[in-house]
Design a protein around this ligand. Structure first.
Ligand code: ATP
Length: 257
């Protein structure tokens, strides 16, 4: 598998806190990489720096051979990296369809004149979008696909997570970053969501996924490889079984005693 994302020596500080301290992380095309580590070890900061939310204070980010160091969030997204957030980012007043289609800004941004004077073309595009959203939702949950115009408020957490993942996939990314998808869900809901994500990914063989997750059963089940952070540094990488057996990783989680 070829390298899709190559982060080298990535650093980021917040005042006196060194959230990322020169980490090297490579993500290969088509793999599922688990990014794990104790609270505050820099996992979300890594996502934020890679996706252009925060500029790095050192190091480089290359994606598909292109330098994306300090690129804007919009550019990173256009180049094919999509993400979900730890806390739900849905607009609860909007419908399921509207929430998902927000992820397709790349293709819908035609400007006000298109909307005002090319009404028929716009209607055709909206119909195509609806069909696309429906097809995507169908792969996650036929229940959601049956009524994409239903309100998002009131849906259970697992449906909201599915909508967020669909929104990220609407951009047809090559790399999907999932930040604690199990947050706020039961073990059973997490298992079902991960089953869905893996099933969808089976039809997208080149899609690489990086998943930040505290639920180790999920990490063990879905990842090909793991990278472990502690205090902003990479302490270990390898298959799940090897990393959990590593004394440095055990010390990171359990302390020195
Ligand atoms: N915007 C910010 N401003 C100030 N400090 C921040 C900011 N973002 C992260 N930090 C700090 O950087 C360190 C790493 O945080 P980060 O959220 O990346 O860790 P994490 O591994 O994702 O943690 P968790 O598993 O709890 O989500 C922490 O000490 C955190 O308080």
């Amino acid at each position: 598998m070829t390298a899709l994302l190559e982060a080298e020596g990535l650093s980021r500080r917040f005042g006196g806190i060194v959230a990322l301290d020169g980490v090297d992380v490579t993500v290969r095309s088509g793999e599922v990489l688990g990014l794990i580590g104790p609270n505050g070890s820099g996992k979300t900061t890594f996502f934020n720096v890679v996706t252009g939310i925060f500029a790095p204070h050192g190091g480089t980010v290359r994606f598909a051979g292109e330098d994306l160091t300090a690129a804007s969030a919009q550019k990173v997204y256009e180049k094919g990296i999509a993400r979900t957030f730890q806390r739900s980012r849905l607009c609860l007043d909007l419908s399921v369809f509207e929430n998902v289609v927000l992820g397709n800004g790349k293709n819908l941004d035609r400007g006000i004149f298109h909307a005002l004077f090319r009404r028929r073309a716009l209607a055709r595009e909206m119909d195509a979008q609806l069909a696309h959203v429906r097809a995507l939702l169908e792969r996650f949950d036929p229940e959601l696909a049956r009524d994409p115009l239903q309100a998002t408020a009131g849906l259970p957490m697992i449906q909201r997570r599915r909508i967020e993942v669909c929104r990220a996939l609407m951009a047809s990314p090559r790399l999907l970053l999932l930040d604690e998808p199990s947050a706020g869900m039961t073990h059973e809901e997490t298992r079902r969501l991960m089953d869905d994500i893996l099933a969808v990914r089976a039809g997208m063989s080149d899609l690489a996924i990086v998943i930040v997750e505290h639920d180790m059963a999920t990490i063990e089940r879905v990842t090909d490889r793991c990278v472990v952070f502690n205090f902003g540094r990479k302490v270990c990488e390898g298959p799940y079984r090897a990393v959990v057996a590593d004394p440095l990783v055990q010390r990171a989680y359990l302390g020195d005693e």
